[in-house]
Write a protein that binds this ligand. Structure first.
Ligand code: AHR
Length: 660
């Protein structure tokens, strides 16, 4: 009897020993028995603002800058190829009333037989052409000559012709031309040259060149779509939502330069060019040639969101210009048209095809509604004027569209705007009473702040408004600094903060890094999620962090406890993926040494078949670049073993998928 009892004790001790972590290991306990809040499908999203040439010069695939000569300096981006006045002349003429969206065009006159007159477009920091790809050249022409011949070429920096073609204009009013050219070679910084080669006068307008693989039909003709590789970069993150169009772009320097969605829809030629607010915002990064053509307007935005499976989330101007600039504010009694714009936007997105704005959507090619569910009222607004205007918007919007969830702002990052913390406290005191559906917070802070604030949202009221972490990014220097880096250290700091968002899925329902991307030769703001030149794009470590969270979102968060980490913080979160039954653990090791962790998950003693580890690791200063696009990239490996021990690499984010 005694012997039997003894062997029972030995067996029990053995069982306990096997299930205990090895000594020295950090324990990560996950409570699968008590799942927490649902994780919103919108948790990890993307935010597009036309900064850093994300719109024109980036996503919008038009390769010609100032295609309709509507920039304030009509010839910006263009130069004359033949300056000999005896051969001919080139002038920009006013063809319509000054206020019209497309008021000007180019007039080229060839004065002599066998003479030529041409113009050259520099593109957006050059024109990128890829060998063997096809490109569409389109333009409008008008001439009174029986026949005017025009040559079109894209020439590389070394003088090599990359693309070439010709068209002939005939006498009459405006004619549309469209033809394809196949690239003979690749060039990063080509120039488009359009040359009149017969004697006579010809007017040209809307001179456009774009890759065939982006082409889309609109009003019966080919128009530029969105750059495929950049859309692919966005889609690969599987974002839950797409916020648009800003950011400060929404607000404008003043109300005249605010973003007005109605001016961004309909025929391309009717979309009035507007100065991009990032043109002159940073004195150290002046970008005098930055204008918005609105080729990527609200229709294209809704289509893009649909294409990549993201919920659209427009932000609308609430009658206030940027409070870092003029802060111009519309009088309350004059707010009506602004509120109407918001109502009409919902009708444009969701209204039936026979409603006024729904009809425009249908005419543009999308009869079915876009099913928009979220709308932000104002971007980085603050003060009682904002609260007053928000209430007017909310009343009108909720009356007509009670199901559209409204997002209210809390100003900018409290660390950077005048009297920030007090302003944010004031806004929160109002939001607690007014209860907008969702409240938007922004953080541009040092990496250490993000690392130490993995528990930031633990204290937030579960009964209050839901949270949208609408803009955040770790700064290696300081906000606005051109020296900020997209390095692994910053990415891991963001990952730490994101574990806190996931653990607080009960309050945090959406988040987006900002800004989304930057052109390597045309940026104003650093850091950015991904970068591109005229030919390729690469993801930063920060992008991979976002992607690792988004592709491993899970359905509900699981309580998690990290113990014995030797005084070091190991930010971590856990969730359950219902379709696979897998437990997903995300953990950051911010230190220089490997850390051995022992997972304790009820009912699971070892990684089952299909368990995986996805690891992003390297040196904290490591960055990716056009030359080394994958210096830092996640590596996936099967995870098997006799127990749930795993060794975290130094400076790493690890996503462990544990199958039963
Ligand atoms: O993300 C860049 C800018 O930062 C956004 O336009 C603005 O909302 C914030 O201040």
């Amino acid at each position: 009897m005694k012997k039997a009892r003894l062997s029972m004790v030995v067996v029990c001790l053995l069982v306990i020993c096997i299930s205990l972590p090895l000594s020295g290991a950090t324990t990560i306990s996950v409570d699968r028995e008590h799942p927490g809040a649902k994780i919103a499908p919108t948790m990890w999203g993307l935010f597009i603002e036309d900064i850093n040439f994300i719109g024109d010069g980036g996503l919008y695939a038009e390769l010609v800058k100032n295609r309709s000569f509507e920039f304030p300096d009509a010839m910006m981006g263009w130069s004359k190829v033949n300056e000999d006045p005896k051969a001919g002349s080139i002038v920009v003429i006013q063809k319509e009333k000054y206020e019209e969206a497309n008021a000007r065009c180019l007039r080229m006159e060839v004065k002599k037989d066998r003479a030529e007159v041409g113009i050259c477009n520099e593109g957006y920091r050059g024109i990128g052409i890829k060998q063997d790809q096809s490109y569409y050249f389109t333009t409008w022409s008008r001439t009174s000559e029986p026949e005017m011949r025009v040559r079109v070429e894209v020439v590389a920096e070394n003088g090599q012709t990359l693309l070439s073609g010709k068209f002939t204009a005939e006498a009459g009013n405006w004619q549309h031309h469209c033809f394809q050219m196949k690239a003979r070679a690749t060039g990063m910084k080509g120039r488009l040259i359009v040359t009149a080669i017969s004697k006579g006068t010809i007017d040209l307008d809307s001179i456009s060149l774009f890759p065939e693989n982006t082409a889309r039909q609109m009003y019966g003709r080919m128009v530029p779509g969105l750059r495929a590789d950049l859309v692919a970069m966005m889609a690969a993150m599987k974002p839950g939502f797409l916020r648009f169009p800003g950011g400060c772009i929404v607000e404008g320097f003043n109300l005249a330069t605010r973003y007005q969605w109605k001016k961004t829809v309909g025929d391309l030629d009717d979309r009035q060019v507007l100065i991009n607010r990032w043109n002159i915002e940073f004195k150290h990064r002046l970008t005098p040639d930055y204008f918005q053509s609105f080729g990527l307007g609200f229709f294209e935005y809704f289509e893009l969101a649909e294409q990549i499976g993201a919920e659209p989330m427009p932000i609308i101007n609430c009658g206030m210009a940027c409070q870092f600039n003029t802060g111009q504010t519309v009088a309350v009694e004059k707010l009506g048209p602004y509120v109407q714009d918001a109502l009409d936007l919902i009708e444009f997105a969701n209204g039936p095809a026979d409603s006024r704005w729904g009809r425009l959507r249908a005419t543009m090619g999308h009869p079915a509604p876009f099913n928009m569910k979220y709308l932000g009222v104002g971007n980085e607004q603050w003060g009682p004027q904002y609260v007053e205007r928000y209430q007017i918007f909310a009343k009108a919007l909720k009356e007509k569209y009670p199901d559209v969830q409204l997002i209210a702002a809390t100003g900018s990052d409290p660390a950077i705007f005048p009297n920030g913390p007090a302003e944010v406290d004031y806004l929160w005191s109002q939001w607690r009473v007014l209860k907008p559906d969702i409240v938007d917070e922004h953080f541009y802070r040092p990496a250490d702040w993000f690392y130490h604030n993995a528990h930031y949202y633990d204290k937030y009221d579960r009964q209050g408004p839901k949270l949208f972490v609408g803009e955040y990014a770790a700064m290696s220097h300081f906000v606005g600094s051109p020296d900020n880096r997209n390095n692994l250290k910053c990415a891991l700091a963001e990952a730490s903060f994101m574990t806190g968002m996931e653990r607080n899925a009960a309050v945090v329902v959406m988040s987006s890094y900002a800004p989304m991307a930057g052109h390597v030769d045309g940026w104003q703001w650093k850091p950015n999620l991904f970068w591109y030149d005229n030919l390729t794009a690469y993801a930063t470590p920060n992008y991979y962090v976002q992607q690792m969270f988004s592709l491993n979102r899970g359905d509900c968060e699981l309580p998690i406890k990290v113990t014995g980490a030797d005084g070091m913080l190991l930010p971590a979160s856990a969730c359950l993926e219902e379709s696979t039954g897998q437990t997903i653990v995300k953990v950051v090791n911010p230190g220089a040494d490997p850390v051995e962790v022992a997972l304790v998950i009820d009912g699971i003693k070892q990684p089952g078949a299909g368990s995986q580890a996805l690891v992003l690791a390297g040196h904290p200063d490591d960055e990716n670049s056009i030359r080394e696009p994958k210096k830092i990239a996640p590596v996936q490996e099967a995870w098997n073993g006799a127990d749930l021990h795993y060794t975290l690499k130094p400076y790493s984010l690890t996503v462990l998928r544990v199958a039963e």
